[in-house]
Ligand binder design. Structure first.
Ligand code: SPV
Ligand code: MG
Length: 290
């Protein structure tokens, strides 16, 4: 039954279903659990957020094995599927497919690879963006699909044509090549504050494969527009990270300035910390095993 289906199957159903679905960013075991408790059916393991919570830049400063460690904690505390932001795959087709193998071994349900050059740069920044060769990136996708052991493991190809300033024709050519290479879905990204270039893509693409969006900059677009245009999956990509930054800045500043803890009412109780850590579970097991 669906209740007992594997996480890969759950992610496949989210992506391949006709309904618009939503996944939410998390960046460690705690935030992953919080996303699940909020009701989300899946988690976006954002490269930006995982890097930022380590205090480093989103240009592959954290190694892929360091990210695997983060992902392992996220998988341990959740049952919903996790889609990893795999950036460019940390090298060529061989590096990318080894990452796929290690993700499968750690219970991660899918990965998104973007058609840029290692080390990548965040798509929302101001710098110039260099795109991968279409054939080389298509072969990287093909190698990963050939190498995965679980047939339901999802690979998403992220097209950065709009980000790099190459336009609609280039985006369509690339996504069609990735479709032919066997990818499960395409992610089309944009850093514009309006929906127009994405909408043009969606109309021209015409549902050839499921489409994933990251509406960080065009967040004002009503969600109904995504539904109307047959978007498969929307990713709220960095909002737990940003919420936590603001909360930690405010809290640190207040405690520093006042030199006391009075009036700090916007923080979770220690009891809540224990609940999230599942202290109860250990109490129960202690009775059984100690
Ligand atoms: C991420 O969340 O790391 C992403 C989305 O890749 S973006 O930051 O818009 O590039
Ligand atoms: Mg990223």
């Amino acid at each position: 039954s669906l209740l007992f289906s594997k996480r890969t199957t759950k992610l496949k159903n989210l992506i391949q279903s006709k309904e618009l679905e939503f996944i939410m960013e998390a960046h460690n075991g705690l935030s992953a659990l919080i996303v699940q408790e909020a009701g989300f059916k899946g988690i976006w393991a954002s490269g930006l957020s995982m890097s930022a919570q380590l205090g480093v830049r989103d240009c592959n400063e954290a190694s892929w094995t360091q990210l695997l460690e983060v992902l392992e904690f996220m998988a341990e505390r959740t049952t919903i599927p996790i889609l990893m932001d795999g950036d460019t795959g940390f090298g060529n087709y061989n590096n990318a497919r080894r990452l796929v193998r290690k993700l499968e071994e750690r219970g991660i349900a899918g990965v998104c690879f973007e058609d840029k050059i290692f080390p990548k740069r965040n798509s929302l920044g101001d710098g110039a963006q260099e795109l991968a060769n279409i054939q080389e990136f298509s072969n990287k996708i093909k190698a990963c699909k050939d190498y995965q052991r679980d047939k339901d493991f999802q690979i998403v190809a992220r097209c950065e044509s709009f980000i790099a300033g190459w336009g609609l024709e280039n985006a369509l050519e690339r996504c069609e090549a990735y479709r032919k290479a066997g990818v499960d879905a395409v992610l089309i990204h944009s850093k514009k504050s309006d929906f127009t270039e994405i909408e043009q893509f969606l109309k021209a693409w015409n549902n050839r494969l499921p489409v994933v969006l990251v509406p960080t900059n065009y967040y004002k677009t009503p969600t109904e527009e995504f539904r109307k245009n047959n978007v498969s999956l929307a990713i709220w990509a960095n909002h737990n990270l940003r919420a936590s930054i603001k909360a930690m800045q405010d809290t640190s500043k207040q405690i520093f300035e006042r030199q006391n803890l009075i009036g700090l009412d916007n923080i979770a109780s220690v009891k809540e910390v224990f609940r999230l850590q599942n202290e109860k579970g250990l109490e129960v097991d202690d009775k059984k095993y100690l």
